[in-house]
Structures are given as C-alpha cells and as structure tokens.
Design a protein around this ligand. Structure first.
Ligand code: SAH
Length: 331
C-alpha cells in the first residue's frame, strides 16, 4: 500500500467508513494522485480528514537531482530518519524504468559499492518500497522496475514480494520487474517457487571464487558454483533468462582471459550478461575503459553468451547505488 496501510485502515474505521475506501485510495495513488483532494469518489469530509490524519507517503523527499539525460534520482528519509534512494531512468525508446531500494543501507560489504560501505539501517516495509515507485508515478507513467537500489532484496523478500504484487496497479507488470541479488541462495529458490513471473538478475562480477570473495565477501557464504545451481533451478521453474550483472573494474575483473572464463562458466541458453561501466564512488577501483569493455563483450559472444553494455545514466548526479545517501551522510 502506498500510504501506511494499517494507519489508513484504522483511520477509515474510526470514521465509520466501509473497507472498500482503502482500495479506492490505493487506486488513486497507483494512478499518480498527489493529494487526497483529487480523490473525487471519496466524500469531501473524508478527504479532508485523511489529509489531516494519514500522510500520503511513508517517505519524505529530502533531495531530488535531475540529470541532463532525463534521469531523476530521489533521496528520501523514512519516518525514523533512515535514508532511501530511488532512481527513474528514461530511455529513448520510451521505456521508463525505476530502480528501487529494498533496504536502507546494506548488511553486505561488496568492496566497490557505495551502499556496502555505509552502515546497515534496516529492511524497508512494503509501503516504503511502494512509496518510492509512487513518487515517480506522480511525474510520469512507468513500466519497468529493477531492485538495484540500496540493499539486498533477497534479505527482505517478504516485503519486496508484497510490493511487487501491487506494482502492476502502478503500471509495472511482474514480467517487467527484475530482482537483483548478490547470489543469496534461499531467496533465489523462493523466487523460483513464487507464482509471480518476476525476472532474476545475478550480480556476479568475477568468474572464479577467489576473486569473487575478495570483491564480494558474501561469496564465502554462498560460493559461485552453488549460486549458479540455484539460478539453474530458477530457470527450470520459470524458463526466463537470467541477467548476469558484471561491473567492469579496471585491472581487477576485466581481462580477456577472465571474459573467456566467464563465457565458459555460463550457459548461453540460461544467462545473458550485462556489462556495467563502473560509476566511480571514491573507492579504490577505477572503471574499465571502453576498449576493455568491448573486448570483454566480444570474448563472451565468442563463447556463445549474449552480452550487452549497460548505458550509463545520470552520471552527472551520482546515480550509482548508495552514492547520494553516502554523500548526504558525509555532509
Ligand atoms: N544487492 C543487490 C541489488 C543492489 S546493487 C545486488 O547486488 O545485486 C545493484 C547493482 O549495482 C549490482 O549489480 C551492483 O554490483 C551494482 N553496483 C553497485 N555499485 C556500483 C557502481 N559504483 N557502479 C556500477 N555498478 C554498481
């Protein structure tokens, strides 16, 4: 629910309202309403009561940055003061894609990721996840969503799934929603069992355990081979290709031989690789150059694995995972 569902239900009840009012409020929010006064099928007295008693969003907008390419990045805070980031990306083909956060901060400590360097806050509620989407829905229609903001969605899967059940009302079907994970095996298996036709994205970043453990300590807990096994189970259940994300770090994971090793590791019928130019975050890493990325892509294709290079969006506004919140915390 966009607003705090329980508070809305309690307030409606206190005003002697029938239960279907909650559904009406949600339908307005899902279509981009930005105030109760727009909800013309509610009695006027109720509209003003709700405006007084039930905040329209569980999040407060703290900062919003608009990039020259149309990307919009929002930094919110929760009622208890935790930072939450979300991004709207607009593409030339008309796609409007949201990047949502599932947690404030992240308990995992991937060494290249700005969020991983922050302190973990807490899991977000389903309302806090949906309210990120509703914020952008007030600006434009939206049709795609990725859980690639702050946090590890598989560690907060109940709330992520609760939000995903409502996203179609906002315009984003489950088939156009991707849950991205470091390779949290129990979550991958649960997603395989879920009736929702969500897509899976796997942050891989290295073709072998030693290097992967160095840049993603979670690999010690869920090593590569077991993660890929779980992904294959997901594929068996869903028959939908899995996106492998691979952030290109100069001199670390971008060598030609590493591309060949990755190509040999992945079955091209199951996986599609997305090479991600690194967004510098003040870490020890530097992003790979264009040529290294192009050569890496060709090596993958030569091994029968489809690979694309992700467009960088919103560079001028620090749109990489955790960057805004990390800056705000440092300021
Ligand atoms: N915890 C989940 C989802 C959040 S991160 C996961 O790791 O998949 C979403 C993606 O952004 C991940 O693939 C992550 O590796 C990538 N990422 C993080 N920091 C980045 C940066 N500075 N530049 C480019 N990609 C980054």
């Amino acid at each position: 629910m966009g607003v705090d569902l329980e508070l809305l239900d309690r307030t409606l009840e206190a005003h002697g309202q029938p239960a279907f009012r909650a559904r009406q409020v949600w339908e307005w929010l899902a279509r981009g309403a930005s105030g109760y006064e727009e909800m013309t099928n509610l009695p006027a007295a109720l509209r003003s009561a709700l405006a007084e008693e039930v905040p329209l969003s569980s999040l407060t907008l703290e900062h919003e940055a608009h990039a020259s390419d149309g990307t919009v990045k929002a930094l919110f805070s929760t009622a208890d003061g935790r930072p939450v980031e979300a991004v709207l990306m607009r593409y030339r083909d008309g796609r409007r894609s949201l990047c949502l956060s599932s947690q404030s901060g992240c308990p995992l400590t991937c060494t290249f990721c700005a969020t991983g360097q922050m302190k973990f806050g807490r899991n977000l509620t389903a309302s806090e996840i949906l309210d990120q989407a509703l914020h952008f829905r007030r600006m434009t229609e939206v049709d795609h969503c990725v859980f690639m903001g702050m946090g590890e969605p598989m560690m907060n899967l109940d709330n992520v799934l609760a939000a995903c059940r409502r996203l179609p009302d906002v315009g984003i079907s489950s088939r156009r929603t991707a849950v991205s994970t470091v390779g949290w095996i129990p979550g991958i298996l649960r997603l395989a069992d879920s009736p929702l036709p969500l897509r899976l994205a796997l942050s891989l970043h290295a073709p072998e355990d030693e290097l992967r453990s160095q840049i993603m300590p979670v690999n010690e807990r869920y090593p590569l081979e077991q993660v890929l096994e779980a992904c294959e189970e997901f594929y068996e259940a869903k028959r939908r290709k899995i996106f492998v994300e691979y952030v290109m770090l100069a001199g670390v994971n971008d060598r030609y031989e590493q591309a060949l090793a990755l190509g040999d590791l992945l079955d091209g019928r199951i996986y599609k690789v997305n090479l991600i130019p690194y967004n510098p975050t003040g870490s020890v890493y530097e992003g790979s150059g264009r040529e290294a990325i192009a050569a890496f892509r060709e090596a993958l294709e030569s091994r029968g694995v489809e690979a694309t290079v992700r467009l960088t969006r919103g560079r001028d506004i620090d749109a990489a995972c955790g960057q805004l919140a990390a800056k705000a915390a440092a300021a």
